[in-house]
Design a protein around this ligand. Structure first.
Ligand code: GLU
Length: 304
């Protein structure tokens, strides 16, 4: 049996003082105030054991990591009809790129670029009376933790500066791929991104993806086929235009966010969350990528 606690402690010790930590995201003004020295790792094993080190218990802005959870919420409802409104191909472009959306007639490349996640948010607005609360409750249930909440200041900060997301939503609307009002859909999108969670809460919330669709409480949230499909999208599209590099270096499905979090998982084995706010030039946490590369190399646990 691998000693996960020593593995993550060794990794943490090895890289926690790295001078090159990347840059904290500043395009959402409220995110730029984060202390870049923070660094945490949390592993949830499929047998229920947890291993943690560093700042694993500090809540941070999950941002784009929320896109995997919103997709998981709508997939059992809309099923294959989802794929009439978006594709499952990597974009090879940054998360907020718009040119492909226009070239491809308002069909986003995948659910994890902003345009795709905005269509998923539109589905939630169409289906639920109070989609913000439903999404928050869903995340709380998955993580088995009622303390999880939106950060309203971050959501507002993003609304005030989210011109690119307004452009994407308007383009989707022009191509008839948005059923609801642009402001209503973006209000949900900005709030889902603003949710704050710790590494532990994220490892717990993503447990279902490592457990054939059954969450921590062993309740079926996704069929095993739906979990497989979202894992496939995480592997191919989960890291902006660096998904190839992440598969090459780390070899796990996962999802990153500009808050500096990365969640990755190995089906039947574990979920692992890293958090360090400094990002590389492609928007992924620099220490997080390094830690995960070391983790799969040391444990020899990856999908490849
Ligand atoms: N709310 C962010 C945006 O749409 C998410 C960015 C991210 O984490 O990739 O710009």
């Amino acid at each position: 049996m691998i000693d996960f606690q020593s593995v993550i402690e060794d990794i943490h010790k090895d890289i926690k003082h790295d001078v090159n930590r990347g840059l904290v995201a500043s395009y959402i003004p409220e995110l730029s105030n984060i202390d870049p020295q923070q660094f945490g790792i949390h592993v949830k094993h499929i047998n229920g054991n947890s291993y943690a080190t560093g700042d694993w218990n500090v809540p941070f802005s999950i941002q784009s990591i929320s896109k995997a959870l919103s997709l998981a919420l709508v997939l059992p409802i809309y099923k294959d009809a989802i794929w009439e409104r978006m594709d499952v191909e990597p974009s090879g472009n940054p998360f907020n790129h718009l040119s492909l959306l226009e070239l491809e007639n308002g069909i986003p490349r995948n659910p994890f670029i902003n345009a795709g996640a905005i269509v998923v948010a539109d589905m939630m607005v169409s289906h639920f009376k109070n989609p913000k609360q439903v999404f928050l409750d869903y995340v709380r249930d998955l993580a088995n933790d009622k303390t999880i909440d939106f950060n309203y200041t971050v959501a507002k900060s993003e609304r005030l500066t989210g011109f690119g997301n307004y452009a994407a939503a308007n383009l989707l609307k022009a191509y008839n791929n948005l059923e609801n009002d642009v402001d209503e859909v973006l209000d949900l999108y900005f709030h889902q991104c603003s949710i704050e969670m710790t590494c532990e809460q994220l490892s717990n919330a993503f447990f279902m993806f490592a457990n054939h669709g059954k969450c921590l409480q062993q309740k079926e949230r996704l069929t095993s086929s739906q979990a497989k499909r979202i894992n496939a999208i995480m592997l191919t599209c989960g890291f902006y235009d660096e998904a190839g590099e992440f598969a090459f270096e780390v070899g796990l499905p996962g999802k990153s966010g500009v808050g500096g979090g990365i969640i990755a998982l190995l089906p039947n084995h574990f979920t692992i969350t890293t958090w360090s706010p400094g990002l590389n030039e492609r928007g992924n946490s620099l220490l997080g990528m390094k830690a995960l590369e070391q983790f799969t190399t040391k444990t020899k646990l990856s999908i490849f």
